[in-house]
Write a protein of this length. Sequence first.
Lengths: 180, 180
Amino acid sequence: MTDHVLEHGVVGLTLRPVAAAVGTSDRMLVYHFGTRDDLVMAVVLRTEERSIAAIDALPAASGVRAGVNALWRAYQTEPLASGLRVYLQAAATGLLGQEPHRSGARAGGERWVGAIRAYLVRCGVPAERAPRVTALVDSSLYGFHLDLVTDTPDELAQGVDDLAVAAAALADLSLAGRAD
Amino acid sequence: MTDHVLEHGVVGLTLRPVAAAVGTSDRMLVYHFGTRDDLVMAVVLRTEERSIAAIDALPAASGVRAGVNALWRAYQTEPLASGLRVYLQAAATGLLGQEPHRSGARAGGERWVGAIRAYLVRCGVPAERAPRVTALVDSSLYGFHLDLVTDTPDELAQGVDDLAVAAAALADLSLAGRAD
DNA sequence: AGACTTGTGTAGCGGTCGCTACAGAATGAA
DNA sequence: TTCATTCTGTAGCGACCGCTACACAAGTCT
């Protein structure tokens, strides 16, 4: 089911088509998940797990700049590409903003950010500077991903590399002893 | 109608409720706009216009860092808050990704980015560096806005200020004569 | 005056939605 | 065996969806 949603998006997730895709009926989905919202949330959570695992499996790059660019390339391949798209849909449509989904989504999101932070540290970001660099990289990658639908690959590659430079600069600030 | 959509989101834009909100019938909406998709696109375009006008009306701040933070504050107040939300919904759900909407959306998005670039230049970003700084700031603000639903205001304020520092660092690179 | 384009209301079509009532099959406990 | 719990298929409910057919009013042009 998660595969099907990753392919077709979460906004148009309706019981009957997804049930047919997995060889069962809408009746069964409601029986096992209770309600459609619960089903959506289960899919979102599983999507988060897969994405986190994909980031954890990423080999460390040499340096922050290379790491950010490698992260972006990973975001454009499966399973992260579809996973991020589903997560963005859920966040943009406000599905994640209302309880009880909000708590679960926040926990999953934090683990996701944690995976990115761990990766950036592996790439050489000093630990005490990692949270701030991570916040920048994480939200920026969200934005760049949204630009995928309109911008050209060239423009995006340029933009992401600028992000990498900026992230590296931010990481260097503490090493140079400068206050923020 | 745009007001109503800005308030209720664009994902659940259905003819009858929005028609009732503006004192007409779904019959009339279809008559004037042709189809629902055309109506959605008209609303999105008008939303973009309003947002661009709001950015153009922003007073220049002293320095890149202050400018980015001021921009973020503007993004959290009307009309930019609702406008960005509608735009993000349209982008995340893939509505902007399919022709013929894609061309129009791309044009509107470029004008939006252009307004941000002009503002950043007013805040002191060197002109030759403005496109790269703008790409970073624009996409990052997208991402931070998505985090609004889960993160706390404190965390976000911290993250945006880090973005401001990074943008300033990126803007300074060319002044220092360093290659990117 | 008569034809015609433009705008508006009423009613309803075919379809999909989430969800449920009901009956039956399978399975394990007594 | 008998009973109870767990699972699954069929049918359908009421609501809403985008959209259209049709009748009719108000101009506008010839």
